[in-house]
Design a protein around this ligand. Sequence first.
Ligand SMILES: [Zn+2]
Length: 309
Amino acid sequence: MADFPRALIEFQRRFPDEPACAAYLAAARWPEGFRCPVCRHDKGWALGAAKPLTHECAACGRQTSVTAGTVMHGSKLALTVWFWAAYLMATHSNGISARQLQGQLGLGSYKTAWLLCAKLRRAMVAPERNPLAGIVEIDETTMLYRTSDAPVAGGRGRSSQGKMLIAGAVEVEDNRPGRLRLAAIKDFSAASLHAFVKGNLAPGATAKTDGWPAYEGAPGVAHDPHVIGPMAAHIVLPWAHRVFSNLKRWALGVYHGLRQKHLQSYLDEFVFRFNRRRSRHSAFRSLLGIGTTLRPLTYQMLIRPETTG
Ligand SMILES: [Zn+2]
């Protein structure tokens, strides 16, 4: 849709209330007009004020919700809240934390805001996404994590701080960055790094590294090691280094440091925004689950991400 709002004020005019959001969802679901999912009949109508999200088939009477299959389905929150949250998350170049979202949208509780963010964030990894191809810079880094409510930069000493290990891969084409992948890894061993390469690079891609021996023999890819002193790594792998420094600045600026438990979901958020930096509209739609099918989520799955596989 070419007329996606680029400014907050436009967004507010475009989606002022539930019927406006519902109409957008109906247009996304039925771009050529209503079509009954049961009998394929092409005539139906939106039910009135009592059920504004529901369309009824004129032939068989089957009722279909415009939110079916999206992250909004079954939610008690207004569509306008979902739309605003997805818009802010998709268009803010730094994203938005649950705490900021709570304030911006006037949500009643932090838990509501956190769940909203967590559900939107779940849509940030497309299950069928294609692996990286061509020349791919690969590097690894460490990052301090925060514990409980202590920010990492709070000067509280290092005793409560530990390090998280992260692997990154950036496609490079004509000296410009393409798509990005980041993963939390448990160590810098060959096993961990080979698994990262295997999971994120297409067969035949070229892995460009700083010559760390653990990359040697990574399966299915050509290896292009540049053995150098640590000071020059940013010259050989400029995009990987820029991504890591942006990631660290973002983590401190938006979240005051990341928590170890949810590290991968924050990395996914960073990657999602990076990879859609030129297509905010598709980012907005992906976040809401428009045009995709999402598994239903429980609160337990969100607060214990390791149980979801
Ligand atoms: Zn029907």
